[in-house]
Unconditional design. Sequence first.
Length: 428
Amino acid sequence: LTRCDGTTVWVDLNATAITWRGSAAFLCVTQDITGRKKAEEERDALARQLHHAQKMEAIGTLAGGIAHDFNNILTAIMGNLEIGRMELQPGHPALEILDETLKAAHRAKSLVRQILVFARRREENRSSIRLWGVAREALDLLRASFPASIEIRSRPPLSDPLVLADAAQIHQIIVNLGANAAHAMEGRQGCLEVMESEVEVDVESARAVAGLRPGRYAKLVMSDNGCGMDAATVDRIFEPFFTTKPPGKGTGLGLAVVHGIIENHGGAISVSSRPGLGSVFCVYLPVTEKPAEEAAPTQDGIAPGRGEEVLFVDDEKSLVNSTGTLLRRAGYSVTAFWDPTEALACFRADPSRFNIVVTDLTMPKMTGLALAEEIKKARPDIRIVLCTGFGGNLDEEKAREIGVHAILDKPYSVAGLTQAMRRPVPGS
Ligand SMILES: Nc1ncnc2c1ncn2[C@@H]1O[C@H](COP(=O)(O)OP(=O)(O)OP(=O)(O)O)[C@@H](O)[C@H]1O
Ligand SMILES: [Mg+2]
């Protein structure tokens, strides 16, 4: 029954007496069971959620088991392919076939990785990271793989809070969402817009997003102007193996993985989309106050990074390339310059972007010490490692005064460099 104020009252007909007056029947005894009906609806929703969770769990267990064995098989395949390549003379026609096979094996490897994340069997490596640092790297990767008709628009956030997360998994969220957007914008002039902000979610706004609890979050919004989705598709997109792509084009695991990672991190994801009007995905990750924990050094003494932003400056171009690559492999995000004035301009443009500066001492245009001094003016708390070659006459006392926190002799190893980069700042 609809009340005068427009709200609905559920009437239990069994508990109702019916009076006849003339040919019309009147309900004269009613029992307001609105509360009971609401409880039933909530119970049904919970049952559906449980069923979904159980289904995900079962698929996860199955997929995880297969993926694990499959990984061992793949390792053997890839190892033997490598050996096979070495056995062949350059120019041998079979080389091309082996290369193609190796490429396919690599694709299989990345698929297994996705499945393992989904099955939550992959080892996690969480630390406090800045979301935008990871996002920028992932967007660079996407930019390189997108066709020219698709543009990525992003703007550094006003505040980039710390989140306790596995950088590789966060990277994967952005890549998976980006890949979907690119697919949805295929064949048209597309634009993927990516933004981050820090938000305070209250009880009211938490209700609007499934799984979101009140609290402070880093919110990443990725919106595209692609084909969009109808309501029936939106309902199913996070289900594992749900895809609208033709066979061989998509596994339907992309968003299941994204959902699994976000849920695992205590966050939530929302989507709004309409056919022909594009889609907006919002990722919420809880903000942490915890400072980064130090990772244990690897066997070769390298102190692994967790996506920290490094500004690397050295006028020796070959060194910029090789050290940049080695640091990236060690888990750091590196922006490198061989011209200290360009490095300074980049730093000044966004002083909060970097965590560490590594600079050579003797360089044309500007010495490392002068560069360190200018950088410290813009960001007094930044860590600076100063590298000195043979014969570099460094006034160590001046360097300490400026706030250089480690001095490293050249040539250095990546282990030595990363350890210097992570050395605690005196007095902190
Ligand atoms: N940005 C988007 N715009 C339109 N549809 C989307 C978007 N993102 C996801 N979808 C829909 O959701 C489905 C599921 O996405 P999901 O990433 O899980 O799998 P997939 O992209 O089909 O396959 P895979 O990620 O394994 O390549 C897609 O097939 C597509 O129909
Ligand atoms: Mg996908």
